[in-house]
Ligand binder design. Sequence first.
Ligand code: FES
Ligand code: FES
Length: 154
Amino acid sequence: MIRVTVNGVTSEHEVEARLLLADFLRHSLGLTGTHVGCEQGVCGACTVLLNGDSVRACLCFAVQADGGEIETVESLGTVDDLHPLQKAFQEHHALQCGFCTPGMLMTGIDLLRKYPLATDAEIREGLSGNLCRCTGYEHLVQAIRSAVEARNES
Ligand code: FES
Ligand code: FES
């Protein structure tokens, strides 16, 4: 039995020891916003926050999140009320097919919370663990830069 708080909701679940955190979120909780690409820790599509740190949900077992707090892309805004970072992605065309987007957003949230991101080089380094097969990197950097400016003004 594990007890987790996911996007502010605490619940308990019987899980197999081998169940991946990504599969737990998607299949047990129905939070399919977390995408699974490479399943080997390379692409970053499955990135979620566990106790405030970005993690690869395809490399964690659900049991490793026992007692923890998880934030997924569903914790951000809604279609009618986008999170500022989602709005920045929309305004700067920072997505194409959207497959990498949940992971990019959650990595972006982690970066915005923890780092000054004073230069584009810092943003690029922060995003370097997330791959976009549509290669929209320039727009991603612009979106994060705009979110950093909004953060710094608030
Ligand atoms: S699916 Fe987890 S890093 Fe690619
Ligand atoms: S927008 Fe298509 S993979 Fe990034």
